[in-house]
Design a protein around this ligand. Sequence first.
Ligand code: NAD
Length: 460
Amino acid sequence: MKDDQIKSLMNDQDKFLKTEKSKSISQRIETLEKLKASIKSHEQDIVDALYKDFQKPEFEVLTTELYVAYKELNLFIKKIKKWSKPKSISSAWLNFPSSDKIYYVPWGKILVIAPWNYPFQLAITPVIGAIACGNTVVLKPSEHAPYTADILEKIISEVFEDSQAIVIQGAVETAQILLDQKWDYVFFTGSVPVGKIVSQQIAKHMTPHTLELGGKNPCIVDASANLDSAAKRICWGKFLNAGQTCIAPDYLLIHSDIREKFQQKLVETLKDFYGDSSKASSDYARLIHASHFERLDGFLNDQKVIYGGISNAETNFISPTLVDSPDFDSPLMKEEIFGPILPLYSFTNFKDLEVTINSFDKPLSLYVFSENSSFTNQVNESFDFGGGVINDTIVHFVNDKLPFGGVGASGVGNYHGRASFDTFTRQKPIVHRKNWLDIPLKYPPYKRLDSFKSFLNLFR
Ligand code: NAD
């Protein structure tokens, strides 16, 4: 869509996005069922699109894109009626007699801006929550996963009327034009620098928002850890999607007593996973585009590569790579890596962990591998991070009963399951006063000061 077309569309928003707050719960459930059926009928198209976008293996599409979307759909289909019921709340004494309730109301028009790294799931999951809660949605998928953006547009246009949900494709300028409009809520997933731009842009309308961002996620391996299991779970969480995962471990902190042994286990695990040539493995994705390849390839300059480090610009390929203790001032450690390069550091005491982890912004995730619960408790209590896992990586994402989001620079707000319901609705409190009694105490002229003083004593 051309920018002038978007502008004219925006000037006439009512045509395509008049708020449909009146859609009943049963209509919303019907729409979610239709969406589920449409995704199901396009499963192969989604698999093909993700392969064309960055050679994402089919298994990873099924587990990290489709499974997550179906789970969210099923949960909302099952729960939306119950969650949407107004909640009776006990009344305040001063209002007696009254009946008080919280109503859960949709925000209205929601803009969803999505990234390229899980281009289907990270676009459709917020759309599911927003629609289930009675909002209307404009979705802007990432321009860097164009095949997936096309299939998203196809599905959304098949299922929804334009007045309910629409996909607008485009790059940065399109996103800027969309952000310039007045929205009732903005849900953004992407990088920290762009998150800051989005936050500034929507501040002029004081738009409520969620920012799902990134950061440098530490992963600690204590001397007491089960090393075989830790090596497997770290390599899986890091090199899935070729490391292009917001919650992937960014760097490892390994206790010095087990450093050599554990490093060896990581190498063996990578060979088990991808064979001697990860390039030939059909289970290993590519980087999304040339500039992302160049950025990551550049990170390897002057680094001590322990394993991997093989790259190919023509196919945007970098093999799973382990790097020994890069300088904290090197480009590799200055920003979120977001690719298949894993720096390994050693630590000897808790102070080492504090110095390293606290030298970065609060991360989106933190992982700790240890059999020592006082150590894991100390880690949990000492650091602030969006969410975490003990003895595994990234798996907190798939439990829809857990809110997912960052803290500080890694994000604002959260979603998934019930947390998505809370994000995509607003709590509207209503006090319904009754007329059969009206205690005169509060009205001027104030003659009952003593009575109120005795009443206040109940709270003193
Ligand atoms: P990005 O910030 O470059 O782009 C995200 C979206 O914002 C895209 O749709 C893009 O078109 C748009 N955009 C880009 N520049 C813009 C601008 N100046 N103004 C307005 N919109 C703009 O992010 P990306 O490269 O697509 O994704 C990778 C980043 O996203 C990583 O930092 C990763 O950690 C983060 N991420 C976070 C989560 C999460 O759930 N917290 C999930 C996935 C990715």
